[in-house]
Design a protein around this ligand. Structure first.
Ligand code: ATP
Ligand code: MG
Length: 791
């Protein structure tokens, strides 16, 4: 047995090998970044399968992103002839979705239930608050959304929330109404996916026992970022004979703000009586200059479990530090540097674009970088942020599709009832909502009972939708989407829009996304029947395929982690359209449009977790930005920021750049930032300053703080040829001479009064974007245009 598996163990060090081959008992692998935790987890699955200790149906593996799940499946199918598609590998949300699909009746959901993303959730809450005359000044919808998400994470239904005072009562009331609305519409939000699966397991003994018997091995990556409910869910699934294998790194816990509990690790050890705890201390990812920087930085945190990391890789290159005068200059420098890295005309270089990542603390930072890349015609790809499926035009198209699938989906109905505009005004919609409330029906069904001109318009719209639904019954997914795009008038509408070209391209891309989804999922082909290893309650079946060793199975190249197998009893499966809509809601952050292309990778630090790249740029290392301004007064949040920086630094294999800008346009305001305190916490010996090192650091002051120098040291010291792209930083004043700020009212001799939208550039180059009510938005060069502030 062990012999058969030994090739799997060859690429592991002794501690890793020990972790992979632990006996079937609970275990915690606690280890720093890049020490092979994910590799160990994946290899353990392969080892368990290949030594025949478990069938592929007996494994449940939780990853942090869909991307990670995909990667794990791809690696597994490379190691073993295994049907990864039938395996339960995915994110918490993906797995819960699959679970609820399999047991939708018991979960009290319609078979075609759809998933509300955070945007839709917010608009559903807003709508509800308006209907019930809840003052949105006192109860901002965003806060209510957080409140609801928080309750669900704590496993609390409205009737279980402890009410202290009037405010609480109101919030709980909205929570209750929101739940009823979701139930009526047949939609669930992300928190609900988790909570409902948890409750079903808790309350239904046969189901729970079935899954407990089934999942012999539960493996969880990034365990430090699980929340209370996720941990409770795992406890529910782990039966007598199951072993839970958790891997994590307390130094990389970066989701406390969203309810993650690093304390789950200690609880796990205590509650599961974990006997096996393994530490991995060898880092295989980064050269030591990078690793030393990470180690030194994180050593400034007080609350740590304590681990060491070493590497045999040698020092490698120094960590490069760059200071730019503006965010624009920072982006331009970066693009120039990237070209160099890709072209490879130095001794180093020849990197693939996808091996170069730009990381930032806040999504808002990506715009400037994207513009610079776009202008330089460098292909790039943005993860997170506004995902493909979250763009307005895509949301509109998906809303049409959702209403075709489920006419009672009010959120989607409202999104499209007057889009493209068809003369259905706010008043008519209010009337319709009143009618629906009175009749306890969906908006779609309430249209019948509306009257007058409004009624006729609405009836026309609904008739059109119903006709479209009929017409698409026999069509493929692709044809359905194409017909919908035509019939809905979306394409026509965007054609008439001045900047609608991009949007039309995106809509066409939606057709492609659907096409490739269908191919991956095997819809529409004479689908090779995949083994149904979803067992009905109480039945245990072991087909050879479900043992994962049947080489006759079709090869799965790009398995989808959100695959939902057909119902075991009825064989009922999601329609391609329903499956695609689910996929769109769960797909995390990957812009399909450019899949496959070699492109620079852009993402927030949060979404970079678990990933690695040859070259990494961490941008905007400034006080107020990174560490984030909201964190600066609270030591615990500051430690989370430091962990975030630790995550960022440890993504780099070979080359790491840290950059900051003296001024930055953020949220329409020019900000004057000092460099991040984190620079002070890095080992000087590992750094190389591409621009002269400035002695002033943040710490207490930021923004227009006193720490900012009014002049800077001479340019010669430490200035390196490597900063080839950007001229030496000019001597600068802390305060801009024009004294303008976003939002300010100004007077212009020709255009009259206007409002400053934004300011870019410095000194001679400073420009302001001003909105003049009578002349529209103008860009004005401040060295020429005389703008006087209006008090
Ligand atoms: P993170 O904390 O960032 O998630 P991790 O602990 O999960 O990191 P992995 O991503 O599994 O680490 O591994 C980091 C890198 O080191 C990967 O490229 C992996 O293939 C490589 N690696 C891990 N173990 C070994 C080994 N024994 N020999 C060679 N390379 C290894
Ligand atoms: Mg990992």
């Amino acid at each position: 047995e062990v012999d058969a598996a030994s090739p799997l163990l060859q690429n592991l060090n002794p501690e890793q090998g020990a972790a992979v081959t632990l006996p079937n008992e609970h275990a915690l692998i606690l280890a720093g970044a890049g020490s092979g935790k994910t590799r160990v987890l994946t290899t353990r699955i392969a080892w368990l399968l290949s030594t025949g200790q478990v069938s592929s149906g007996g494994i449940l593996a939780v990853t942090f992103t869909n991307k990670a799940a995909k990667e794990m499946m791809t690696r597994l199918s490379a190691m073993l002839p295994v049907n990864v598609r039938g395996m339960w590998i995915g994110t918490f949300h993906g797995l819960c979705n699959r679970f609820l699909r399999a047991h939708y009746k018991l979960a009290n959901l319609p078979s075609t239930f759809q998933i509300l993303d955070t945007q839709d959730q917010l608009s559903a809450i807003k709508r509800l608050m308006k209907q019930h005359n809840v003052d949105d000044e006192r109860f901002p919808a965003k806060q209510t959304q957080w409140f609801i998400a928080g309750c669900k994470e704590d496993g609390l239904r409205p009737n279980m929330v402890e009410v202290r005072g009037e405010e609480d009562r109101k919030k709980v009331e909205i929570y209750q109404l929101y739940e009823e609305q979701c139930q009526r519409e047949g939609v669930v939000d992300f928190g609900e996916l988790m909570l409902r699966s948890y409750e079903l397991l808790r309350d239904n003994d046969p189901i729970r026992e079935h899954y407990q018997r089934r999942f012999r091995h539960i493996l969880i990556d990034e365990f430090q970022d699980t929340n209370k409910l996720q941990y409770a869910w795992i406890k529910m699934l782990a039966g007598e004979g199951s072993s839970v294998f958790a891997v994590g790194d307390d130094d990389q816990s970066i989701y406390a703000f969203r309810g993650a509990r690093v304390g789950n690790m200690a609880d796990f050890v205590r509650e599961f009586h974990v006997r096996h705890q393994i530490k991995l201390e060898q880092n295989y990812r980064s050269h030591s200059n990078i690793l030393d920087s990470a180690n030194e930085l994180i050593s400034h945190n007080k609350t740590r479990l304590g681990k060491n990391l070493r590497t045999d890789a040698g020092p490698g290159e120094p960590v490069r530090v760059y200071e730019a005068p503006t965010d624009l200059a920072e982006a331009q420098w970066m693009v120039e540097e990237m070209r160099h890295l890709v072209r490879g005309d130095g001794p180093e270089g020849g990197f693939e674009r996808k091996e170069i990542a730009v990381l930032y603390r806040s999504n808002a930072q990506s715009r400037v970088i994207e513009t610079a890349l776009f202008n330089a015609a460098v292909p790039y790809r943005v993860y997170g942020g506004l995902r493909f499926f979250e763009r307005a035009e895509i949301k509109h198209a998906l809303a049409y599709l959702r209403v075709l699938e489920n006419p009672n989906d009010d959120t989607s109905f409202l999104r499209i009832v007057n889009f493209p505009p068809r003369g259905i005004g706010a008043r008519s919609i209010e009337q319709l909502q009143d009618a629906a409330r009175a009749a306890g029906s969906s908006l779609h069904d309430a249209v019948k009972s509306t009257t007058g001109k409004a009624g006729a318009n609405l009836a026309g719209f609904v008739a059109k939708l119903d006709k479209l639904r009929e017409d698409t019954l026999d069509l493929t997914l692709r044809e359905t989407i194409e017909l919908m795009l035509q019939q809905s008038g979306l394409i026509e509408h965007y054609k008439s829009e001045r900047e609608g070209g991009d949007r039309i391209e995106n809509l066409e891309e939606l057709v492609n996304a659907a096409e490739s989804f269908v191919t991956q999922e095997g819809f529409g082909r004479d689908a090779v029947a995949l083994p149904v290893d979803e067992l009905g309650p109480g039945m245990l079946r072991q087909s050879p395929a479900s043992q994962g060793l049947d080489p006759s199975l079709p090869e799965v190249n790009e398995p989808a982690p959100d695959y939902v197998p057909p119902d075991a009893e009825t064989g009922e499966t999601l329609s391609p359209l329903a499956a695609f809509l689910t996929h769109a809601a769960l797909e995390s952050g990957d812009n399909q449009a450019q899949a496959g292309q070699d492109a620079i990778q852009l993402m927030t630090v949060h979404s970079a977790k678990g990933l690695e790249f040859d070259c990494v740029f961490i941008t905007g290392m400034e006080e107020g930005l990174f560490p984030h301004e909201n964190s600066m007064s609270d030591p615990q949040s500051l430690e989370e920021e430091r962990r975030l920086a630790y995550v960022a630094i440890t993504r780099a294999r070979k080359r790491l750049y840290l950059s900051h800008a003296q001024t930055r346009l953020l949220h329409g305001q020019t900000r004057y930032n000092v460099k991040s305190r984190f620079f002070e916490e890095l080992p000087e010996g590992a750094l190389k300053w591409l621009t002269p090192k400035n002695q002033n650091f943040g710490g207490s002051a930021f923004g227009y703080g006193s720490g900012y120098p009014s002049t800077r040291p001479a340019q010669s010291a430490g200035f390196s040829r490597e900063s080839f792209s950007s001229p030496p930083v000019p001597v600068q004043k802390a305060e801009p001479s024009h004294g303008l700020k976003g939002g300010m009212k100004v007077f212009h001799t020709k255009f009259g009064e206007g409002t400053v939208v934004s300011i870019e550039g410095q000194n001679e180059d400073a420009r302001a974007q001003v909105n003049f009510p009578r002349h529209g938005i103008k860009w004005l060069a401040l060295s020429v245009a005389k703008l006087t502030p209006v008090p």
